[in-house]
Design a protein around this ligand. Structure first.
Ligand SMILES: Cc1ncc(COP(=O)(O)O)c(C=O)c1O
Ligand SMILES: N[C@@H](CCCC[NH3+])C(=O)O
Length: 419
């Protein structure tokens, strides 16, 4: 059963009517389903059974402490990209021994924090970064476990903003430079080579680019052997896509099967960094219709959520399904669903056919569990919405709604402007 579903004409999250939560805490709000999060993790993990593997949930997709704790309890590790994500991951109880640190711009401070915590692996993305890490480790009297992120030059066939494994992208190193990095690391007493890393993009809906990237990694691992460099981990990153609308991504089982086949005979542990596929369809954004507006050119539903709450439509022209919380029969209209922000890009849908809704009615913007709240901002001085987690018939506010005081916390009028 789907954990967001209609029952007697109204939308439920597990056993809780969405309307009931709205009544209690107001709108807009993010809503996550515990059962869906768990199921997604378990399905993904089981798909890789039989293969030595470690799932490092990609914290950037949804970094709420409650979500991180849930995955920690399922046995997940974490893929982090900043000191802030490390802080969250540790606070949530994720084991540092299962943390990999990705990203092109790690600072010495972040490196120190991660070395102190004792993480599993740094996914290094440039020679400069590798040398800095070596120095930091030396100063601390530690040895940094490293993998180099390869840029395999594979087209992931996804949105250009979320393609990361093409030659022209800022991510990873080409094979020649990567080899140079491995040779540097091999000789350095404060670096220990443990893996090879790669991540080619996000929201992939085909398996072949993953397999192609893995083939190139395998060839590279063999090349490293010629230099007497042994690898414990192959980290293939994240990127498996989900259904937002019409796409048909491969189910985790098929994805895992293809990777298993490619890895057979290799004595390595496969690391995966899934983000979206675990959380995307486990969350929705609930918003209320403020106004219906009709001009000679268009009809608009103006809602109380905006691009500051969910940026994906504005940023990537991303499609999100929108459904009414009460599903009664009504005439259909074609509308733009827009927020209150003073930007033309502030929309959730354009020319979308929806039931004729009245001010005060609730809408659910679906598939908002990944890259939703985490990409929110205070633009237009809008307090960020709360995050709510449903568990069976109970619901919990796992991040409270911001208030006005929070908006200006940390700001200060300098003395020369006082009076
Ligand atoms: C290095 C790395 N790992 C994992 C992910 C998670 O990606 P996704 O949410 O597509 O699974 C990303 C984001 O694309 C990433 O940059
Ligand atoms: N934020 C993007 C994905 C970027 C992935 C970052 N590694 C999205 O909403 O689709």
């Amino acid at each position: 059963m789907h954990h967001f579903h209609y029952q007697d004409g109204e939308l439920y999250a597990e056993d809780v009517p969405v309307r009931q939560i709205a009544r209690k805490i107001g709108t807009p709000f993010y809503l996550y389903s515990t059962a869906t999060l768990k199921r997604h993790y378990q399905v993904f993990d089981e798909a890789f059974s039989g293969l030595p593997h470690l799932i490092c949930y990609s914290v950037k997709a949804n970094s709420n402490l409650a979500v991180l704790r849930l995955f920690a309890k399922e046995g997940s590790g974490a893929d982090i990209v900043s000191g802030g994500e490390l802080y969250r991951a540790l606070k949530a109880g994720l084991s540092p021994k299962k943390i990999v640190f990705s990203g092109v711009g790690k600072t010495p401070r972040e490196m120190r924090e991660a070395l102190k915590a004792g993480i599993l692996m740094f996914n290094v993305e440039s020679l400069g970064e590798l040398k800095t890490l070596a120095q930091v480790a030396k100063k601390m009297g530690k040895v940094a476990p490293v993998a180099v992120r390869i840029n395999p030059d594979v087209d992931p066939k996804t949105h250009p903003y979320i393609s990361t494994g093409l030659k022209k992208n800022k991510f990873g190193l080409d094979l020649e430079t990567a080899l140079e990095a491995y040779l540097f690391a091999k000789e350095h007493p404060h670096l220990e080579i443990v893996g090879v890393d790669c991540h080619i993009g996000s929201q992939l809906t085909e398996i072949s680019p993953f397999v192609e990237a893995l083939k190139r990694i395998k060839a590279f691992v063999n090349r490293l052997k010629e230099y007497d460099i042994q690898i414990k981990y192959i980290d293939l990153g994240g990127g498996l896509g989900i259904v937002y609308g019409e796409e048909s991504p491969p189910p985790p089982r098929e994805y895992a099967q293809a990777l298993k086949q490619e890895l057979s005979g290799l004595d390595v542990t496969l690391i995966l960094e899934p983000g979206r596929v675990l959380v995307g369809n486990a969350g929705i954004l609930v918003t209320k219709v403020l106004y219906f507006k009709e001009t000679p050119a268009k009809k608009f539903l103006i809602v109380d959520a905006a691009m500051n709450d969910l940026l994906r439509p504005a940023f990537y022209q991303a499609y999100h399904e929108i459904i009414p919380v009460l599903s009664k029969e009504r005439p259909k209209i074609t509308v733009d669903v827009v927020g209150p922000i003073c930007e033309t890009g502030d929309f959730f849908a354009r020319d979308r056919e929806l039931p004729m809704l009245r001010p005060g009615e609730l809408l659910a913007i679906m598939s908002a569990g990944a890259y939703g709240f985490v990409m929110s901002s205070n633009y237009n001085s809008r307090p960020r919405p709360p995050e709510v987690m449903v568990n069976g018939k109970d619901f919990y506010v796992v991040r409270k709604r911001e208030n006005y005081a929070r908006l200006i916390a940390g700001e200060k009028i300098p003395p020369f402007l006082e009076k």
